[in-house]
Design a protein around this ligand. Sequence first.
Ligand code: 5GP
Length: 221
Amino acid sequence: MGDKKGVLAIVSGFSGAGKGTIMKSLMERYGEEYGLSISATTRAPRPGEENGREYFFVTEEEFLQMIKDDNLIEYANYVGNYYGTPKQYVMEQLAKGKNVILEIEMQGALKVKAKMPDTALLFVTTKDAKTLKERLTGRGTETEDVIAQRMKRAIEESSGITDYDYLVVNDKLDDAVNLVHQLITGIRDQKEEAFDAYRISSNIDFINEMKHDLEQIMEGE
Ligand code: 5GP
């Protein structure tokens, strides 16, 4: 790893696109190269989630205190709950030369990019809109109402993808994990040009089609 500076990368993506699974697999394979920031949230844990592993689950009062104490790099409200990135851990890891990945939503990602322009923004999507709806429904942990809200949010987010740097289509998990790792390593080694095909600007047609199809699915309900 030498004395190279760590890269700060943000992985965002449609709810249901498999960001969490990609992150888990990335850490299993290449964990020693990364610091994975754990966010704080006011949402309730899903079955199987543990405090301090997926998130720090906190009350709204505790969250507001963290904001007041300036302990968060960014925070956002996503479909009724607060989510935020604790500052101290991220800064420590980057200083140590580790790459840090934040798995956060779009409003927060853009706030971080504005503060730290070298941040690499990656957006994860399913291969098409139908697959996204199926994954959201198949997860079985969300109510119909929450699924509909998340689909609506996906449509809104599809307009914001152009502010990102790279698109990761999560069709085969292994490929998506390797791409994320290679991209971040490439950025660290200043070899970004090898990944031009994955730039957002190279995938505008795909993004427009996704948005159109998501809108059609929502209208059909
Ligand atoms: P979920 O409830 O499905 O775990 O997460 C909902 C959304 O919040 C996801 O898009 C996730 O990436 C995002 N998120 C998780 N942690 C943070 C955070 O610290 N800050 C921001 N802005 N978004 C986050």
